[in-house]
Design a protein around this ligand. Structure first.
Ligand code: C2E
Ligand code: MG
Ligand code: MG
Ligand code: MG
Length: 291
């Protein structure tokens, strides 16, 4: 009885485990090939200055066009890349494309900051940090216009090493940003000690701000904290005009979201910038559902 039961339990567990790890291995193999063949691309999402309505920069987001499965989102492959070490070639490929693109736009007269997402695995590898700094140096776009984003939860996993690596970028003049802010439970003193210039409020707090009082309180306190610390705040995931107006009213400097544009192929960015900047500035007369 017992032996059979536990035997079956083990067999069950193993079957599930095997299927999952086989899928992962398969995906990792395909990702390795896609990287070797230069198939990974970058989508760019505009970052908008709320007070002026101007596009001040873009964020580079990895995209994997797959023959059978269509576009595989980064939420499905970054994790696999981190577990297999493929995150290093992936990060270099994305960074290289993004920096070349920033230079190309700059030559066309489009001056955009370029934000790049880095995993902690990359930040903790001093040789990776140096390679990325070398890449930045070999491009025309000034380091101050390059922004390295790292998620709050990843920085806080190992604050000492995290801030050590951040310092390498800081010394090279690259700007630093804490991504998905508000989800990582960091204390105020920890944020104060990080050498960063920007906080990106996670979209889970921004999306329902218009109707959710708790989200309003969280975003408001992040904005206060940032002002105290002299940090710029970028709100992620703005999807509607009411939230845009609330954020502008609260003094949030910049935002990204589908309201302005989804992440787009590079070729569509110049037209998207024109479109966003041509939108009429809504007048601030109408009352907001604040407080
Ligand atoms: P993230 O850096 O926080 O990027 C924002 C994500 O929110 C993007 O998803 C973007 O498409 C999405 N988003 C932007 N505005 C809106 C909106 O208004 N509504 C909604 N519902 N979503 C919005 P994406 O491109 O799927 O990327 C997911 C995550 O994958 C990124 O989150 C980032 O953490 C990671 N990632 C992407 N590219 C890279 C990369 O090159 N390296 C690393 N390490 N991570 C990356
Ligand atoms: Mg990001
Ligand atoms: Mg984010
Ligand atoms: Mg996010």
């Amino acid at each position: 009885g017992q032996a059979l039961d536990s035997g079956m339990g083990v067999a069950w567990f193993d079957a599930d485990y095997d299927r999952e790890s086989t899928e992962r291995l398969h995906l990792a193999g395909e990702l390795r090939r896609a990287l070797d063949q230069g198939h990974l691309t970058v989508a760019y999402q505009p970052k908008v200055e709320l007070a002026s309505g101007r596009v001040v920069g873009v964020e580079a987001l990895a995209r994997w066009p797959h023959a059978e499965r269509g576009m595989i989102p980064p939420t499905e492959f970054i994790d696999v890349a981190e577990r297999t070490g493929l995150i290093r070639p992936l990060t270099l490929a994305i960074t290289q494309q993004a920096l070349a693109q920033a230079d190309a736009w700059r030559r066309q007269g489009l001056d955009l900051s370029m934000s790049i997402n880095l995993s902690i695995a990359v930040m903790q590898d001093a040789s990776m940090a140096r390679q990325i700094v070398a890449l930045v140096r070999s491009h025309e776009t000034p380091p101050e216009r390059i922004i390295v984003e790292i998620t709050e939860s990843q920085v806080m996993e190992d604050v000492e090493r995290g801030s050590g690596m951040l310092a390498i970028f800081g010394a090279a003049g690259v700007s630093l940003s804490v991504d998905d802010f508000g989800t990582g439970y960091s204390s105020l003193s920890q944020v104060k000690n990080l050498p960063v210039q920007e906080l990106k409020v996670d979209r889970s707090f921004v999306m329902d701000m218009a109707s959710n009082r708790t989200d309003q309180v969280i975003v408001t306190s992040v904005l206060r904290l940032a002002e105290e610390l002299g940090l710029r705040v970028v709100a992620e995931g703005i999807e509607d005009e009411t939230v845009r107006r609330m954020l502008e009213d609260l003094g949030c400097e910049q935002a990204q979201g589908y309201l302005f544009a989804k992440p787009l192929p590079a070729s569509q960015i110049p037209a998207a910038v024109k479109d966003i900047e041509a939108r009429p500035r809504p007048d601030a007369a109408a009352p907001l559902p604040l407080r």
